[in-house]
Design a protein around this ligand. Structure first.
Ligand code: SF4
Ligand code: SF4
Length: 305
């Protein structure tokens, strides 16, 4: 079986215990305004444009059967919506100005990469993390990969936005050794404005995962002026304290702009130009705000590098 894989990243130390390989699967039901992997949202492979690499040779336009390709230095397409994604322009471009984001990869091929670092997983207590996009957008593929990891005795983690069909994905989730689930806003209306969907399914799935005793860490991506109010942060932590008693902790993920350049490459607008990044002191102040002496392990701030 194969699935659409965006990237395989070895040597990660931020996505679970020890040294890990992160498998980024393509497709996501949310469109968060701050998404640092916008190229992961669409499930199908797509073409990214890098104008700085374009040498203006015109091979892309000459080879395009739909006559929509044009040099990346001139925007890459006359109309991206009319592109049939045949890939001929990518093959023709020798300068790296057009590249596929994501490809169909067989589960066995994914595992070949994963298995290259077996010794390091063992030494560091690491393993494999499935991320995205939303890895549960490809539940059958994810389940096969989890089973293959299980057979090798590898620790596994899933990073999820929480917006998935519980009945369909329950057995997949239960295979993971650890689940990271994002809670982006406690107000359903504001959540929809910021991500495109309401938060009801996400909160219910957090409760479901905790009830199944799957080790769970809640993550709050802290986006200045969008969800970092005292009320929202407090409400999120209170939700976790009341409903997710077995949860291992909450991590505050600091907003960053590392994904900003990718938006233009795939023809999207970046909406958060005006947002600044919080400094360490401000993040620590948020943590203090919700520190709970009775459950000190529940709040664990970890900035995103
Ligand atoms: S992928 Fe095919 S249809 Fe789309 S721009 Fe390139 S050559 Fe043209
Ligand atoms: S083939 Fe590549 S380098 Fe040549 S014009 Fe097209 S995008 Fe630019």
């Amino acid at each position: 079986m194969s699935g659409v894989v965006l990237d395989l990243q070895r040597w990660s130390i931020h996505d679970g215990p020890g040294a890990r390989t992160v498998v980024f699967l393509k497709g996501c039901p949310l469109q968060c305004q701050w998404c640092c992997n916008p190229e992961s949202q669409c499930k199908a492979p797509e073409i990214a444009i890098f104008p700085q690499n374009c040498i203006g040779c015109g091979r892309c336009a000459a080879t395009c059967p739909d006559q929509v390709a044009r040099p990346s230095s001139e925007g890459g397409f006359t109309d991206r919506g009319l592109c049939s994604r045949c890939g001929k322009c990518v093959e023709a471009c020798v300068s790296g100005a057009r590249e596929w984001m994501g490809e169909e990869v067989a589960a066995g091929e994914v595992m070949k990469t994963v298995q290259r670092d077996m010794a390091f997983y063992r030494r560091s207590g690491g393993g494999v993390t499935f991320s995205g996009g939303e890895p549960l957008c490809q539940p059958d593929f994810l389940e096969i990969l989890l089973k293959k990891c299980e057979a090798l005795g590898l620790n596994t983690a899933i990073e999820t936005c929480g917006h998935f069909n519980w009945r369909k994905c329950k057995d997949v989730i239960k295979r993971a050794d650890l689940v990271y689930l994002d809670i982006k806003h406690m107000d359903p209306v504001r959540h929809r404005e910021l991500t495109g969907v309401s938060n009801e399914t996400i909160l219910q799935n957090a409760i479901n995962i905790a009830a199944e005793h799957v080790p769970l860490i809640i993550r709050i991506p802290v986006i200045p002026s969008l969800n970092d109010s005292v009320e929202n942060i407090t409400a999120t932590v209170e939700f976790a304290r009341r409903n997710l008693r077995g949860a291992k902790g909450i991590e505050f993920m600091s907003y960053h702009t590392l994904g900003k350049e990718k938006y233009a490459a795939i023809g999207l607008d970046y909406k958060l130009e005006h947002i600044r990044v919080l400094d360490d002191e401000e993040m620590n102040n948020l943590r203090k705000l919700v520190d709970c002496p009775r459950q000190p392990s529940l709040v664990n701030w970890r900035p995103v590098a």
